[in-house]
Write a protein that binds this ligand. Structure first.
Ligand SMILES: Nc1ncnc2c1ncn2[C@@H]1O[C@H](COP(=O)(O)OP(=O)(O)O)[C@@H](O)[C@H]1O
Ligand SMILES: [Mg+2]
Length: 346
């Protein structure tokens, strides 16, 4: 595919945020918003005590400005939740709160329980032990997420050195394996490259390799394909969903694109202006969106010409039951390349 080409210039195209709604629709949505944070809690999910992540009443403020407003959602081990909303709705801040990486000046209240333990209020030292190990993140901009001065192999192996105590040599060997696993061509050579020598799609594959190195229980992917060339977005999405499926990793997938999230997530949480305005199983939300804002997102998705992950759900997925893509994707080599890992597809 085009991302296998030799070093390419850094892609500068970053699709603009979705078009803002007409003011009338927006204010109608705001007026209908007072559902006290449409929380998808453990109770709503059937009260399973096995919840991997339980976010309750999470509020994030910058000074007096509330940017995340009493939101709640839960995610079971191996589950997939799509967090969707327009630009500025508070999705990234929510993700950063879970990781304990909120920017200076932000204050979070409420509760973020992971694996039964409260994360809010923990020291950065404690959180850094969890980050990159039990919870990992794939960022929107692979280039800024990578260290420009380190060869990619060192970056892929770093979490294993940090969290698993691997020697430099063992981490380097693991990095080659991981590079192969994420479908990077000529992994032995590629691990010696620097980020600027890779294409955008290859860099995001490196980001995915880093995130999955320690087999985290939870992966947060924040618009992982938005900054990529359209031609490789579907492949990267398919890779991500296949790998989390194989590893049993829970996925919190953040996007502004309803069509994409519908193909990835079993449950949706729709965010707007810092609040959750709608939550529920993907199928239900797509079939009978109650909130005007969700309906507007649906209408916008119908107008897009997104083509779906390779061999995966087609654009017309919106409005029909969400397809669980992992099963069939799992058996498929990435980009048609032979699988280099020993792990069998499920
Ligand atoms: N460092 C910051 N200082 C002040 N406000 C911020 C900062 N980062 C984000 N915000 C505000 O928080 C809100 C939510 O931002 P964000 O979570 O990045 O939105 P999304 O990811 O949904 O596009 C926005 O209104 C944004 O302006
Ligand atoms: Mg964001």
């Amino acid at each position: 595919m085009s991302e296998q080409r030799p070093p390419t210039p850094i892609p500068t195209s970053s699709p603009a945020a979705p078009a803002p709604a007409p003011a009338a629709a927006a204010s109608a949505a705001a007026a209908a918003a007072p559902e006290p944070s449409a929380a998808l809690t453990g109770r709503e999910r059937g009260g399973t005590p096995s919840g991997l992540l339980e976010v309750t009443d999470l509020t994030v403020r910058f000074g007096d400005t509330v940017v995340v407003d009493r939101i709640g959602f839960g995610l079971d081990a191996g589950g997939r939740l799509g967090l969707i909303g327009e630009s500025g709705s508070g999705k990234s801040i929510t993700a950063l709160a879970v990781l304990g990486l909120l920017p200076d000046g932000a204050a979070a209240t409420g509760s973020i329980r992971f694996d039964g333990r409260e994360l809010l209020g923990r020291s950065d030292r404690e959180l850094s032990r969890i980050r990159g190990d039990r919870i990992a993140m794939v960022f929107q901009e692979p280039l800024t997420a990578l260290n420009p001065l380190w060869r990619v192999g060192r970056q892929i192996g770093e979490p294993l050195r940090l969290h698993r105590g691997l020697s430099r040599r063992a981490a380097a060997a693991a990095a080659v394996e991981l590079a192969a696993k994420v479908g990077l061509p000529d992994p032995e050579r590629l691990v010696r490259a620097y980020p600027h020598q890779l294409s955008g799609g290859q860099r995001q594959r490196v980001g995915i390799a880093i995130a999955l190195a320690c087999r985290p229980a939870l992966l947060i992917a924040d618009e992982p394909t938005t900054a990529l060339d359209v031609s490789v977005q579907a492949d990267v999405l398919a890779l991500l969903t296949r790998l989390v499926h194989e590893a049993g990793t829970a996925l919190l997938y953040i996007t502004h694109d309803l069509a994409v999230v519908a193909s990835v997530a079993r449950k949706l949480a729709v965010m707007r202006g810092g609040r959750l305005v709608e939550t529920g199983p993907t199928e239900t939300v797509l079939r009978s969106a109650r909130h005007p804002y969700t309906r507007r997102l649906l209408a916008a998705a119908h107008r897009t010409s997104w083509t779906g992950p390779t061999g995966g759900p087609a654009p017309e997925l919106v409005g029909r039951p969400a397809v669980e893509p992992a099963g069939d994707l799992a058996a498929r080599p990435v980009d048609g390349r032979p699988e280099r890992t020993s792990k069998a597809g499920a």
